[in-house]
Design a protein around this ligand. Structure first.
Ligand SMILES: [Zn+2]
Length: 196
């Protein structure tokens, strides 16, 4: 990944992206070499613009250009419900269902003893600070091992604080990801959510 070998450096950088292995990184790097200088520059600038202009909402931890974000300040949203997701981009998946009109909270990941991620690494304190006036917290972490463990942990933390805690009713095989669940199924799992 030395600077004297730009192609190896690009492959190395691409490989650090989630879901990109060495083969895909190599294929993408060679594709980028073939594209015009203008479109390569467009991609590079788009990446830099995201880093320069977007921040995390200090209330819900979503990605936004203004703080607090539009969802947090929208007077039409139901402030008695908070839907907790793993990553900010999961908010769009829930929004697309049209089934939820409350507020969101992005944890920024899941609990993972293997990866050394404990409660302090997630935006859990920020969630607890938001509970005033909240009647229900819906846990929409992924239906995989880490997502389930995180939901159970949050349920234990939240229930004593007098808030109803519910979980999406996934009729899905464990190991799923809410990003890849179609809108109809996700809407159904929201409306059929069960208390934890
Ligand atoms: Zn927000």
């Amino acid at each position: 990944m030395s600077r004297s070998d730009p192609l190896a450096r690009l492959i190395g950088e691409l490989q650090r992206l989630p879901g990109i292995g060495p083969k895909t990184a190599t294929r993408l790097a060679h594709h980028l070499m073939k594209t015009s200088a203008a479109s390569a520059r467009g991609l590079a600038e788009a990446i830099l613009e995201v880093k320069d202009t977007l921040i995390h909402c200090t209330t819900c931890n979503s990605i936004t250009a203004i703080d607090p974000c539009n969802l947090c300040t929208d007077p039409q949203r139901d402030r008695t419900r908070i839907c907790v997701v793993e990553e900010p981009f999961n908010i769009q998946a829930i929004e697309r269902t049209g089934e939820f009109h409350g507020l969101y909270h992005a944890l920024g990941g899941t609990l993972s003893p293997q990866r050394g991620i404990g409660p302090d690494q997630l935006a859990i304190d920020g969630l607890i600070d938001r509970l005033e006036g909240v009647e229900e917290v819906i846990l929409a972490t992924n239906p995989d091992v880490e997502g389930e463990a995180t939901a159970l942990f949050l349920a234990r933390v939240l229930r004593p604080r007098g808030v109803r805690v519910s979980r999406l009713a996934f009729g899905l095989p464990i190991g799923g990801d809410i990003e890849y669940i179609d809108e109809v199924t996700l809407a159904r799992s929201l409306s059929g959510r069960r208390s934890l």
